[in-house]
Design a protein around this ligand. Structure first.
Ligand SMILES: C[S@@+](CC[C@H](N)C(=O)[O-])C[C@H]1O[C@@H](n2cnc3c(N)ncnc32)[C@H](O)[C@@H]1O
Length: 235
């Protein structure tokens, strides 16, 4: 992550769309025990950690992200909560056992099949993975919807299910990340872009332009593409 990119995201609530209701939905679905061991893989600055702790109040959350400044922000956010361990590192090498591996908008950096395979040894018996993943919600996404994911091999719900199966997992349930979650992510991002615009250097301006284009495109094609959350377990 470049300095300019971090300048844009520094201090924002989250680095991708999502909401506490997604965590509660997964916890209900799995009947997650109160003392669950959870990993937040690609945690960013830890937007989901408070909700994960609410879902498992006697549990533990291990949060990992490759970008150290996000981990520093996360540690401030959780205010030395002894239930949380956070470190900068690769989510491709998780050390479990975990009852739940939670990953909001991050698994696609590894690829669904490769990432799920790599996480399998870190899952406790009966453990599950919940991840949100770029998805097309129509058979005929417009070019702008395809371009939104910047070259990533985005597919539809059936395609994500096929990648899950290829990794040796079964899908328990899916749900779309809501429009409200997108708005809650985009609104503060827009305010930050507007605030940084005056006096931005070339590198920062390019990052702001790219982010503005992302917000504008999401408004136009949000009914055609977005994130699908899948809850999966080894088959
Ligand atoms: C779109 S952000 C989502 C962050 C957070 N989960 C959220 O929803 O706000 C994706 C995160 O994945 C992290 N990431 C990407 N590749 C990673 C890797 N191989 N290991 C650990 N973290 C990674 C990035 O640094 C970034 O913080």
């Amino acid at each position: 992550m470049t300095d300019a990119f971090f300048t844009l995201y520094q201090g924002l609530e989250r680095e991708g769309p999502g909401e506490a209701a997604d965590v509660a939905w997964v916890a209900d679905l799995l009947n997650l025990p109160a003392d669950a061991r959870i990993c937040d893989a690609g945690c960013g600055s830890g937007a989901d950690v408070p909700a994960l702790l609410m879902a498992a109040p006697q549990g533990r959350v291990t949060a990992v992200d490759s970008h150290k400044p996000f981990i520093d922000e996360l540690l401030v956010r959780v205010d030395a909560d002894p239930r949380v361990t956070a470190y900068a590192g690769s989510m491709a090498k998780l050390k479990g056992p975990f009852d739940l591996i939670w990953s909001a908008g991050a698994l696609y950096f590894l690829g669904v099949e490769k990432g799920l395979k790599s996480w399998r040894p870190a899952l406790a018996k009966g453990g599950a993975v919940a991840f949100s993943e770029p998805c097309f919600f129509t058979d005929t996404p417009r070019d702008a919807a395809r371009a939104f994911w910047d070259g990533y091999q985005t597919t539809d719900q059936a395609g994500i299910g096929a990648r899950v199966r290829a990794a040796g997992y079964q899908t328990l349930a899916t749900r779309r990340i809501s429009d409200a979650a997108w708005q809650a992510y985009c609104r503060p991002l827009q305010a930050r872009i507007d605030a940084l615009r005056p006096g931005a250097d070339r590198e920062l301006s390019a990052v702001l332009d790219a982010s503005q284009a992302e917000i504008d495109t999401q408004k136009r094609v949000g009914d055609e593409t977005g994130y699908l959350m899948s809850v999966v377990r080894p088959a």
